[in-house]
Design a protein around this ligand. Structure first.
Ligand SMILES: NC(=O)c1ccc[n+]([C@@H]2O[C@H](COP(=O)([O-])OP(=O)(O)OC[C@H]3O[C@@H](n4cnc5c(N)ncnc54)[C@H](O)[C@@H]3O)[C@@H](O)[C@H]2O)c1
Length: 337
């Protein structure tokens, strides 16, 4: 039995509480939120739940093995650090931290203390992404050429992070999961229409040593909700439309091949437009699989799918993007630990 404390019961915390509570080998022993009204709301649903407004109660309790941090991004580092220092395994909501130095420090601390540190990149556990992973690994797509994602809607404007830090971690984590190539640099542009300096629209391009390219379009200011990822290979291409209720992924047997005729200095492009097929996907709630992976990684001392190294990589890309936005889209190298 693993005893867990959850810190943060705002918008996302209830989903974590519901999923951890449903696991057989887990007991949510304590719920912490600085707001008593949030704790009252939880107690209505989960009678008998122990609660506190002070995170120290989770850190100091000998009964608690692991801490889940679901508070605003700027608090992730300090809460995760204190939990690790008190010998607790830690799951932090995405993004891991608000800067890469903090991320590196947490990873080193977890290693020193022999504790699991994991980040909740929920999408890695989605049936669609799991299927995309299989299709990239078994060679179905051929050589990967591009990743293109659009995540836009009339979104909740955050007070502490811009739209890239809020929305792009999902897509950046998927990109890192599907393509192991280490990215080199970014170009990003963004604007704030809210006059608080926090960008509500942003476009990010991630560049690689090879000719693979990734692009992200994130916005809190779109009248329509679009959740679309394209993954293009030399043989096939995948379209993942998360707004589709069932047929979320379509695999297109579409590609082009290029032949060059030296003498004529001509390039001939051949297009192949073949069948489209819709693979069957797992419908298990991704957050449930993520919670299981956290518990499994602790109990079996294994590296989780959504591990801290991937979390740090996402933070490093976001950090470079932030700098590029400040420099009006100039290319910025990604710091690598
Ligand atoms: N994985 C996902 O798909 C997903 C989705 C949404 C949000 N998130 C992440 O979850 C985290 C929380 O986001 P949210 O939208 O729920 O935020 P929120 O503001 O709705 O909730 C945060 C809660 O934390 C509490 N809190 C803040 N500081 C605290 C502290 N020091 N000690 C105790 N309680 C504290 C607040 O009272 C609030 O109830 C963020 O990191 C966000 O990026 C992840």
């Amino acid at each position: 039995m693993l005893r867990i404390a959850l810190i943060g019961y705002g918008y996302w915390g209830p989903n974590l509480l519901r999923n951890f509570n449903a696991l057989e080998n887990v007991e949510v022993s304590l719920l912490v939120d600085s707001s008593t009204s949030r704790l009252d709301a939880a107690k209505v649903q989960f009678a008998g739940l122990n609660t506190s407004t002070n995170a120290n109660d989770a850190f100091l309790s000998k009964e608690i093995d692991a801490v889940v941090v679901a508070t605003p991004v700027f608090t992730h580092y300090i809460l995760a650090k204190q939990a690790l220092e008190h010998g607790k395994h830690v799951l932090v909501e995405k993004p891991l931290t608000d800067n890469s130095e903090h991320g590196i420090e947490l990873i080193e601390l977890a290693q020193k203390k022999n504790l699991t540190l994991m980040v909740d990149h929920t999408f890695l556990y989605a049936g669609a992404v799991q299927k995309m992973k299989v299709l990239t690994q078994d060679g179905t797509l051929g050589k990967l050429n591009y990743f293109d994602s659009t995540r836009i809607n009339l979104g909740l404007i955050q007070q502490d992070v811009n739209v890239l830090w809020d929305l792009a971690p999902h897509d950046i984590s998927v990109l890192g999961y599907l393509n192991a190539e280490v990215p080199v640099s970014v170009n990003a542009t963004g604007v704030s229409h809210i006059h608080n300096g926090i960008e509500n629209m942003a476009y990010l391009t991630v560049n690689y040593q090879s000719n693979f390219i990734a692009h992200f379009n994130c916005s809190w200011s779109s009248p329509v909700k679009i959740r679309l990822m394209l993954l293009g290979g030399s043989d096939k291409m995948i379209v993942f439309n998360d707004m589709e209720p069932s047929e979320k992924i379509k695999v297109y047997d579409t590609a082009h091949s290029v032949s060059t005729f030296e003498e004529k200095r001509q390039v001939l492009v051949d297009y192949r437009v073949g069948d489209v097929y819709v693979p069957k996907l797992s419908t298990t709630e991704p957050l449930k699989l993520m919670a299981e992976d956290f518990v499994h990684s602790i109990l079996n001392k294994q590296v989780p799918v959504s591990n801290a190294a991937g979390g740090l990589r996402a933070v490093q890309i976001l950090e470079a993007a932030q700098e590029s936005i400040k420099k009006s889209g100039a290319e910025v190298k990604i710091k690598m630990a």
